[in-house]
Design a protein around this ligand. Structure first.
Ligand code: PEP
Ligand code: MG
Length: 364
C-alpha cells in the first residue's frame, strides 16, 4: 500500500514538472483552503461568497431588503456584514499565504435569499383571517418579495446586475477583502487577493465595478505593496464574443462553464438533477452531460474564441476556468489545448487535475 502511495506521489511530481496548466481549487472556507493546499493546489481560483450571507446572517440581509438606500438602517446592516466578511476573508487569505485567492463577488439567484413568496402570502393571509391584521414586518417583506419576484431568477437580477442595483453590496465585500489583506500584510504575511466580478455581459458593467474597486484599493493600500487584480467571469455567450473589449477592463478572466453551458444550451442548471433534462441529454444529445464534460463544438468554441479575443487585446491576460469542468479530465485536456493558464476545481479533484494537466502536456 505504502508503495502505491509513493508511486502516485512520484507520478504527481512528474506531472507537476511537465504541465503547463496551473491547478487551483474552488474553496470558500479555511478548512477547504487547507484541504486544497494538502492536495497540491496552487491557489484558490473561485471563492464563492454566497454562503457567507446565509445562516444567522440572513437577519442582516433582511434588514438590507427592508431598508431604503441611503438610510442608517441599511448602512448598519452593510457595516455589520463588512466586519463579518473581513473575518471570513482574513482566515482564508491567511491559509493561502503567498498564493492567489480569487474572491467572486456575491452572485446569488435572488430566490435563494428571499423568503418564499407563497409561504409569506399564506402567513400574512392566515394572520389577517385570525387576528384581523398581519405582522407589520411580514407585510413589508411580502411587498418587497413581490416586487423582486422573478420568473427566471438564474437569468435575472444576479451577479454584477445585483452589485450595480444594490449600491454598497459589492463595495462592502471589496473593502472587507482589501482590509483583511492589508492587516495580514502588517502582520508580515503575503496575501494575494483577486476580485472577480460575476455574470458580466458588457464592458460598461465591468468598468463600473472596476472603478469602484480601484478607488477602494487605492485608498486602503496606501503605503502598502499590495497587488489586487480585478477580473471577470466569462459565463455568458456575449462576454465570450466580446472578450477583446472586456479585456480592456480586466487583469484576468475565469470561464464559468456552469453558467456558460446553461446559457449556450438553454438547459436550466436548476433542473439538471431532475428527470427531463438528464433523460433528454442522455437519449438525444450525446449521452454525456455538457454540464460534466465540455461540449467542444458549442461551449468549447466559445471558450476558445474568448481566449483568442482576450489575448488579441492583452496578450498576457491570465485566463482560467472555474466551472465544474475544471476537474473533469476530458475537459482539462481541452483547456490545455486552447491555452488556458489554469483550471480551478473542487479540492478533492486537484490531484486528478494535476495528473491530467501533466498527461496533456506529454501528449502534445
Ligand atoms: C460557473 O457558472 O461556472 C461558476 C463557477 O459559477 P457558479 O457555479 O457559482 O454559478
Ligand atoms: Mg456562475
Amino acid at each position: 500500500m505504502i508503495e502505491l502511495v509513493h508511486s502516485v506521489d512520484r507520478l504527481l511530481t512528474h506531472a507537476d514538472k511537465v504541465r503547463r496548466l496551473d491547478v487551483r481549487a474552488n474553496a470558500d472556507t479555511p478548512e477547504d483552503a487547507a484541504r486544497a493546499l494538502g492536495f497540491g493546489a496552487q491557489g484558490i481560483g473561485l471563492c464563492r461568497t454566497e454562503h457567507m450571507f446565509l445562516g444567522s446572517r440572513r437577519a442582516l440581509i433582511e434588514r438590507v431588503i427592508l431598508s431604503e438606500e441611503g438610510t442608517s438602517d441599511r448602512q448598519e446592516a452593510f457595516d455589520a456584514l463588512e466586519a463579518l466578511q473581513k473575518d471570513d476573508f482574513k482566515k482564508i487569505l491567511k491559509e493561502m499565504d503567498g498564493k492567489p485567492m480569487t474572491v467572486r463577488l456575491i452572485d446569488p439567484p435572488l430566490h435563494e435569499f428571499l423568503p418564499d413568496l407563497t409561504d409569506l402570502e399564506v402567513k400574512v393571509a392566515v394572520a389577517k383571517a385570525t387576528d384581523g391584521k398581519a405582522d407589520e414586518k411580514d407585510e413589508r417583506m411580502l411587498e418587497a418579495v413581490r416586487r423582486m419576484h422573478e420568473s427566471n431568477p438564474m437569468l435575472g437580477l444576479r451577479g454584477v446586475r445585483l452589485g450595480i442595483y444594490l449600491p454598497g453590496l459589492f463595495t462592502l465585500q471589496i473593502r472587507a477583502l482589501v482590509d483583511a489583506a492589508v492587516e495580514l500584510k502588517k502582520e508580515g504575511a503575503d496575501p494575494h487577493p483577486e476580485i472577480m466580478v460575476p455574470l458580466v455581459g458588457s464592458v460598461s458593467e465591468l468598468a463600473h465595478i472596476r472603478s469602484e474597486a480601484e478607488q477602494i484599493v487605492a485608498e486602503k493600500t496606501n503605503g502598502y505593496d499590495l497587488d489586487v487584480q480585478i477580473g471577470a467571469m466569462i459565463e455568458l455567450p456575449r462576454a465570450a464574443i466580446t472578450a477583446e473589449t472586456l479585456a480592456e477592463e480586466a487583469d484576468f478572466f475565469s470561464f464559468g462553464t456552469n453558467d456558460l453551458t446553461q446559457t449556450v444550451w438553454g438547459f436550466s442548471r436548476d433542473d439538471v438533477e431532475g428527470v427531463f433534462i438528464p433523460k433528454y441529454i442522455e437519449e438525444q444529445i450525446f449521452g454525456v452531460s455538457p454540464f460534466e464534460t465540455i461540449d467542444q463544438h458549442g461551449v468549447g468554441r466559445l471558450v476558445q474564441e474568448g481566449v483568442e479575443r482576450a489575448r488579441s487585446t492583452k496578450p498576457d491576460i491570465k485566463l482560467g476556468v472555474c466551472g465544474e469542468h475544471g476537474g473533469d479530465p476530458d475537459s482539462i485536456r481541452f483547456f490545455h489545448q486552447v491555452g488556458l493558464d489554469y483550471v480551478s476545481c473542487s479540492p478533492f479533484r486537484v490531484p486528478v487535475a494535476r495528473l491530467e494537466a501533466g498527461r496533456s502536456a506529454v501528449l502534445d
